[in-house]
Design a binder for this molecule. Structure first.
Ligand SMILES: Cc1ncc(COP(=O)(O)O)c(C=O)c1O
Ligand SMILES: N[C@@H](CCCC[NH3+])C(=O)O
Length: 434
């Protein structure tokens, strides 16, 4: 398992913190994040990408996991931040994240969101479609504010991942189509717009990818476009954002690569093409989310009901489920898990780890080898740092669990567990029902 997970005296530790003590102190379900692992991922990106190649920037894709403390951590690490909504932008603003380091994405940004981005002078807006281009040009003009923009393009490449997290295919809802009659007039409009500073292009081919081929193919397509912009408009593209998507380890079947495996291939492709075609080598940006925070997360649950169906299967139910981790239900995502109180005990067979929501599909791990589990046991599910807390829901009026950041032997609660009162605080009763 991951470096920050160890077993001492038959007990599971996350960094220097005993998982059972965390579960007892903060209650379960509980999201636990290893700060050391997160910082190690930032360091890997720095040494293998930012410091290895000139004129590069890296942004953290905040959709993977975002809280105020996390914004502070990203700021401290000196990274940029990708936001995709007014809510994510607000979280960054409220935590005093430097706005010039914000990259604002989204396939359907509202006028209000675009206005918020302009008023707060975010560093870059990634324009997703021509409607947005028109609206943004007029908002920037109204506010007499010069805005840096990129175009998200749909490179038309497929990547080997789940369909729902593949975003680079031609039929994707994201990005501007590369059909000539769509992209070329849009580029011309962007170059001419008095309050827009057109930097270049962005693509994102998908998520949880282990092979650099789709990134390289999309890079080549973007480079051909950069060359066309130069020959058609004599305009130098100065930035190319190649997105995120770098895969992590959920189970032993995953084969994650270093960040350098991806970025070396991307940078080499760009360097060679630009040299051969006498183009200005654009600044290269990446924006990983899962890679930075995914492996750092562990979710702790307490086991309740155990249902053995003779000769069929055994359900082991925990006190959370699809409300804190929707990924198995949404993408058939696989996870690995251990009993935190008896991590070394021999397995008694395979079980289905399920949640407590009123859905048959509320399963966390199928075919999980586990010792004989009983009520009160604590189970740890690994690699839950990305797209778990950020995709949590209130289905069945479950409260969203607390998040604890551990660093060595210290544990810091960075999100408090919700209360039942939180669940109804926005309810309004009209007069005739009072
Ligand atoms: C535009 C964009 N950038 C970055 C990411 C981050 O992806 P990942 O968490 O797979 O690195 C996503 C999400 O898939 C995205 O849509
Ligand atoms: N939410 C997805 C990742 C983002 C996909 C689209 N940008 C996941 O859990 O894998």
């Amino acid at each position: 398992m991951h470096q920050h997970i160890t077993i001492k005296d038959q007990q599971l530790f996350i960094e220097g913190c005993n998982a059972l003590t965390l579960a007892k102190t903060y209650k379960t379900p509980l999201y636990v994040l290893s700060e050391t692992t997160i910082r190690e991922k930032f360091r890997e990106i720095r040494t293998q990408f930012l410091e290895r190649h000139p004129n590069t920037i890296a942004a953290y894709a905040s959709k993977a996991f975002l809280t105020t403390a996390f914004v502070k951590l990203v700021a401290q690490e000196g990274f940029y931040m990708d936001v995709v909504s007014g809510g994510e932008l607000f979280t960054a603003l409220n935590a005093q994240f430097p706005m010039e380091r914000v990259i604002f994405h989204g396939n359907n940004k509202s006028k209000e969101e675009l206005e918020m981005a302009v008023v707060n002078k975010v560093g870059r807006i990634v324009v997703d479609n021509t409607t947005e281009l028109e609206i943004l040009a007029s908002i920037a003009e109204q506010h007499q504010t010069q805005m840096n923009i990129l175009f998200r393009i749909t490179p038309g490449v497929s990547s080997s991942t789940h369909d729902y997290i593949a975003t680079g295919k031609k039929d994707s809802k994201f990005g501007i189509s590369l059909d000539d009659f769509v992209i070329m007039p849009a580029i011309e409009d962007a170059i001419k717009a008095p309050f827009l500073n057109f930097l270049g292009f962005h693509f994102h081919v998908g998520s949880q990818i282990f092979d650099h081929n789709s990134h390289v193919m999309a890079t080549q397509i973007a480079l051909d476009l950069i060359k066309r912009v130069k020959t058609t408009y004599n305009y130098d593209i100065t930035e190319l954002n190649t997105g995120g998507g770098f895969g992590i380890k959920y189970t032993d079947t995953c084969t994650p690569q270093t960040i350098g495996y991806f970025t070396d291939a991307i940078v080499d492709t760009i360097d060679q093409y630009c040299e051969a075609n006498h183009l200005v080598r654009p600044r290269i940006c990446i924006e990983p989310g899962r890679f930075i925070v995914g492996e750092a997360g562990t979710t702790l649950y307490t086991i309740g009901a155990v249902k053995e169906i003779k000769d069929l299967k055994t359900y082991v139910a925990v006190d959370g489920g699809m409300t804190d981790n929707i990924r198995p239900a949404l993408y058939q995502a696989k996870y690995s898990a251990l009993l935190a109180n008896r991590p070394l005990e021999e397995t008694a067979g395979e079980v289905t780890l399920c949640g407590k929501c009123c859905e048959s599909g509320d399963l966390l791990v199928e075919h999980l080898p586990l010792p004989k589990a009983v009520a009160g046991d604590v189970v740890a599910v690994f690699s839950t740092g990305a797209y778990n807390y950020s995709m949590a829901s209130h289905y069945n009026k479950h409260v969203i669990p607390a998040v604890v950041l551990v660093s060595g032997e210290k544990a810091y609660e960075i999100v408090e567990r919700e209360t039942y009162a939180d669940l109804i605080k926005h309810d309004v009763v009209p007069p005739h029902l009072k």
